[in-house]
Design a protein around this ligand. Structure first.
Ligand code: FE
Ligand code: FE
Ligand code: ZN
Length: 287
C-alpha cells in the first residue's frame, strides 16, 4: 500500500492535532514533523489530551499513525566531541518525547565531523548512540538519514551507515531513512534505482529501510550539495521519483515529501501528492 505524506507543522498549543489537520488538507495518509523548532532547544510539554484528540482525528481520516515520523533537530551533532554531551542529552529527550507521543521512528542526520576526520567522527556517532540507547529504554527507533556529503557530513554512503550500525550495541533500534535528493547529490544514480537498492541490500539489508524522503534535487548527480526541488522540477525527474515511490521492495514504507514551498509561501504537498497518486506530472507551479 502507498503511504504518502509530507513534512507538516506542530505547535505548543494544538500539537499533534495541528499536524494531523495539515496532513488531512493535503490528502496525505501519513506525515512527518519536528516536535519543536529544528534550530533551537525550546520544547513544550507534550499534552496527552491533544495526542488522544489527534489519534481520533487520524482514525476518522485514514491517517496511519504507525507510519508517522518525527525528524530530530539539526542542532544535534553526535560526530564531534564539542557537541557531544548536549547532543546526547537532547537526543535522549527527543526519543522520550516520541515515546510519549507514541511515534515509532525518529529520523536523525548522523552528524558532521567538522575536522576530526571520518574515522573519529564515525566513532563519536557510535559512542553517542550507545549512550542514547543506554539512557532511553523506550521502543522508538532512530533512523539514520542518507546524507548528500555536504561539508563534513557523515552517512554519505552506505558503508558509513553500515559502520555506524555495526558499532551500536542496541542496533535493532537503528534503521535507515533514504532521501532521494541526498542520494542523487551523494552519487547514487536514481535513474538506476534498482541497482541502488541492490547495493543497499548487499551492504546493510533492505529490512533496515523504514522511511523514504522523496525530494527532487536542484543540483546535478554527485555534486554533494543538498538543495531540494519540487517533484518533477529537478534533476532526478518525475518518472524516476515514481519508480522509487512505487518500488515493490519499498512497499508499505512511508514516503515523505520535503520539497520547498512555492515562492516560499505556498505548500506544494496537496498537488504533489495528487500527481503521485495519479502517476501523472502536471506543471502546477507555472499554471
Ligand atoms: Fe533530514
Ligand atoms: Fe530528508
Ligand atoms: Zn536535505
Amino acid at each position: 500500500m502507498l503511504y504518502i505524506g509530507s513534512h507538516v507543522s506542530f505547535d505548543k498549543n494544538e500539537q499533534l492535532v495541528k499536524s494531523v489537520k495539515e496532513a488531512i488538507s493535503y490528502n496525505a495518509n501519513t506525515f512527518m514533523f519536528y516536535t519543536g523548532a529544528p534550530q533551537n532547544t525550546n520544547r513544550c510539554n507534550i499534552l496527552d489530551e491533544k495526542t488522544l484528540e489527534a489519534l481520533t482525528l487520524m482514525k476518522e481520516n485514514g491517517i496511519y499513525f504507525d507510519k508517522v515520523i518525527v525528524h530530530a533537530p539539526y542542532i544535534i551533532n553526535l560526530a564531534n566531541r564539542n557537541n557531544m554531551e548536549f547532543s546526547v542529552n537532547f537526543l535522549t529527550t527527543e526519543l522520550e518525547r516520541c515515546s510519549q507521543l507514541g511515534v515509532k521512528y525518529l529520523v536523525l542526520h548522523p552528524g558532521s565531523h567538522v575536522g576530526v576526520g571520518v574515522d573519529e567522527g564515525l566513532n563519536n556517532i557510535i559512542d553517542g548512540l550507545n549512550q542514547v540507547f543506554t539512557n532511553d529504554k523506550g521502543n522508538c527507533m532512530i533512523l539514520l538519514e542518507t546524507m548528500a556529503g555536504k561539508g563534513t557530513e557523515l552517512g554519505r554512503n552506505f558503508d558509513e551507515l553500515k559502520r555506524i550500525i555495526d558499532g551500536v550495541k542496541d542496533n535493532n533500534r537503528l534503521g535507515v531513512c533514504l532521501d532521494t535528493c541526498h542520494l542523487n547529490d551523494g552519487g547514487y544514480d536514481i535513474n538506476k534505482f534498482d541497482d541502488v537498492l541492490d547495493e543497499f541490500d548487499k551492504i546493510i539489508g533492505l529490512n533496515k529501510i523504514k522511511c523514504v524522503h522523496v525530494n527532487d534535487s536542484k543540483n546535478l548527480f554527485n555534486t554533494h550539495k543538498d538543495r531540494h526541488e519540487n517533484i518533477g522540477y529537478g534533476t532526478i525527474g518525475f518518472d524516476n521519483l515514481l519508480n522509487v515511490i512505487y518500488n515493490k521492495r519499498l512497499e508499505d514504507i512511508p514516503k515523505i515529501l520535503e520539497t520547498p514551498y512555492i515562492n516560499k509561501i505556498k505548500a506544494p504537498y496537496k498537488e504533489e501528492i495528487e500527481m503521485i497518486r495519479d502517476k501523472k506530472f502536471r506543471d502546477f507551479i507555472n499554471l
